[in-house]
Design a protein around this ligand. Sequence first.
Ligand SMILES: C[S@@+](CC[C@H](N)C(=O)[O-])C[C@H]1O[C@@H](n2cnc3c(N)ncnc32)[C@H](O)[C@@H]1O
Length: 315
Amino acid sequence: MEQSNLPQQHYHIPALLPQTLEGLDIKPSGVYVDCTLGGGGHTRAILRLLDPAAGGRLLSFDQDCQAIERAEADGELAGNAAFTAVHGNFRYLRNFLRYYGVESVDGILADLGVSFHHFDDPGRGFSFRWDGPLDMRMNPQAEHSAATLLAEATPERLAEIFRLYGELPQARQIARAIERRRQQAPIATVEELLATVRPLISPRKEKKELAQVFQALRIEVNDEIAALRSLLEQALRALRPGGRLAVITYHSLEDRLVKNFMRTGNLEGRLEKDFYGRPLSPLRPVTSKAVTPDDEEIERNPRSRSAKLRVATRI
Ligand SMILES: C[S@@+](CC[C@H](N)C(=O)[O-])C[C@H]1O[C@@H](n2cnc3c(N)ncnc32)[C@H](O)[C@@H]1O
């Protein structure tokens, strides 16, 4: 196990920052939402482009109270009249907007997943690199941790989670190994999970496959796919005509969902057409392909390597 050197590490380094700002097409007097505040990299950059005197406003959400507390203690953010930190899940976007008196917005950003801080904190159980409790909740007040999931999910559901969210070919064997092990003793720590799954992981691909095991559990614990689906539908209703939706994903399942939604305006990816066969979608993708980090960014910030940014305009 590695030693955590958390204090020296970054809380987060924002991915695809200039491309995201360009995609959002920020107007100084506009109203924006950053659904995923994290370390505030994107939030800070958006705020610098806003003019609070002209009505510019940014509401930044995070379900993790640590991200919110950190932003509230940061003079640049808390001292800016345009900024509001929202402690909540973006899946309830429109309820929160209503609460803050916001009818519609000019742009919405979601930079999905977890921040570096989550991976690098041994107490949160997001990484296989250090031992600790198998927690993995982004919102520490949420009901179910990864340990409860491993104790309670059926082997069939576990296999589905490792297959769908982890894209692991040995998903069923991993689920069976968990089932056998938990009949002897609970799997409550990172070490206990590693001891259970390691015999099924190919030594040549150890880091990659362990990361996939942990990613799969994290997506399930935080109900990330359902939250994204809800966000996309609500974003469509919250955006003003001409408003921009920018989403950065790190998983192919999420990217597919975002791509289809931005093309068709519905979660099924069903393209409606008018009488003349012209596409009828409430969204228009700004670029045909996802924007990805260049070599320089990947070198500077290796964790950005799987990032994919897609942007669409509300028609
Ligand atoms: C990749 S980080 C965002 C980093 C941020 N863009 C930056 O520049 O620092 C994702 C953040 O979103 C938060 N998050 C993930 N899913 C969420 C959800 N459904 N509702 C609210 N916050 C969420 C996580 O807690 C994490 O802090």
